[in-house]
Ligand binder design. Structure first.
Ligand SMILES: [Zn+2]
Length: 437
């Protein structure tokens, strides 16, 4: 019996009918290969050798003779089955997302009015300009005003700039809606066909096969669409997963929940900055896929990429992304926005770095700049990066620089990157345990 790079040996008695059988436990890592060789104990026994550096799984007799086909099995490859349970939050509960209050002061301001609002019902606002392009609605008159700006709430009060046909009425109950709502309706209401919806694992299925993992959408009663709606996933979610196994070494289990948004500051309201389209581990044992943020950012067709990215985190580790982190160490003064040096080398085997959607990230959020790599040249402990186009500004020496693989697991997910790079495949293949159990 031969494993990769070597073998194990076992003696098995032969029955009266000339058959011999024994149980052989393969290793748990997906993609491990085995061939089994049988010999009759006695004279004529021979050693076998597994040549290294061959890609056809060939094994040979150590005396140089060729093995006959009846002496050795075909290649046996370990495949792991990854059972993914999928759930969904129910449709948006509007009262969870709009912000209520009373108009306590009104004054002319620019082309509209500044209103001071006393919040009610425990609603809060933390993000400045969250309601930009949104709506304030007078609950009594049904009048709507467009929101020009808003401040965060302090001690239950906040101010906003609004514009409309007339001055807002003092004392009126009002509601503020951001673009999570269908603002063409009065009152604004939830958008149709967003939630519930089960995360699409079709892309995960095809990609993980390249790492010898077969992803199963469990279907049936495991998948439920009745989970409580949260406008933001701000704390740990209940343990909604039904599928359990008795230990990590048995079934491989994953979990994906169709949900609404991550936090108020990472949900693309207002439509600037950055948003979390998915999240793994942090607030749920499993993954959230944030349907509203995906819709809001215009990535509607990329839900399956987000699901596959988050399920990829199950298998490669929370927070692991296909990228290398470094620092800017020198600029090409003739084209500083396009060509600069980082303080480490890039290994081609870490992934194919050329041509990724936005493969080079300079600086930290929220002021991070993104560019696409055109070419790179390693030097002594450094690497010169040349981008396809100028960055908005020249990087600063010492600024963080992250170079991402063209990969589904890149920190900046983009639909053109629906591949796994070699680093991910070997990471998935080195897994022996279920991420959840
Ligand atoms: Zn990620």
């Amino acid at each position: 019996m031969a494993g990769q790079g070597g073998g194990i040996y076992s003696e098995v008695p032969v029955s009266a009918t000339g058959q011999a059988a024994c149980v052989f436990g393969v290793s748990p890592q997906p993609g491990d290969n085995f061939r089994v060789n049988a010999q009759i104990v006695g004279e004529g026994m021979y050693g076998i050798r597994v040549p290294q550096g061959v890609s056809n799984g060939r094994i040979v007799r150590s005396d140089g003779q060729t093995l006959r086909s009846q002496e050795v099995t075909a290649m046996l490859t370990v495949w792991r089955r990854f059972h993914v349970e999928r759930d969904s939050m129910v449709a948006m509960v509007e009262a969870e997302d709009y912000v209520k209050g009373y108009v306590r002061a009104v004054s002319p301001s620019g082309s509209g009015w500044q209103v001071t609002v006393e919040g009610s019902g425990g609603d809060s606002v933390t993000v400045v300009n969250r309601f930009l392009t949104g709506v304030m609605r007078d609950d009594v008159a049904g009048t709507t005003y467009s929101v020009l700006w808003n401040q965060g709430m302090t001690s239950g009060w906040f101010t906003a700039g609004v514009a409309g046909a007339g001055a807002p009425t003092l004392g009126r109950a009002v509601k503020f809606y951001d673009d999570d709502f269908d603002l063409t309706k009065n009152p604004p209401c939830r958008r149709p066909n967003l939630l519930p919806g089960l995360p699409d694992v079709s892309l995960a299925q095809s990609l993980f096969r390249t790492a010898y993992v077969e992803t199963d959408d469990e279907g049936g009663t495991w998948n439920q669409t009745n989970k409580k709606f949260y406008a933001y996933v701000t704390g740990p979610l209940p343990a909604w997963r039904d599928w359990r196994s008795k230990g990590r070494s048995l079934y491989w289990i994953g979990y994906a929940l169709a949900s609404f948004q991550y936090s108020e500051d990472l949900c693309w309201d207002p439509d600037t900055g950055t948003a979390n389209l998915g999240s793994t581990g942090l607030r749920l044992t499993g993954a959230c896929v944030f349907y509203e943020s995906i819709r809001d950012m215009g990535y509607y067709t990329e839900r399956s990429s987000v699901s596959a990215h988050e399920l990829g985190h199950h298998l490669t580790g929370d927070g692991w992304h296909a990228s290398i982190a470094s620092q800017v160490s020198a600029l090409d003064q003739s084209q500083p926005k396009r060509r600069f040096q980082i303080s480490r080398t890039i290994r081609p085997e870490d992934g194919f770095y050329i041509g990724s959607g936005s493969a080079v990230l300079v600086g930290n959020l929220p002021n991070r700049m993104a560019g696409t790599l055109s070419s790179y040249a390693n030097g002594n402990g450094v690497c010169w990066l040349t981008l396809q186009a100028d960055l908005p500004a020249a990087p600063q020496i010492g600024q963080a620089c992250e170079v991402c693989s063209k990969s589904l697991m890149s920190p900046t997910l983009s639909g053109s990157d629906d591949v796994l790079c070699p680093a991910e495949i070997s990471r998935i293949r080195s897994n022996s345990e279920s991420p959840l159990y």
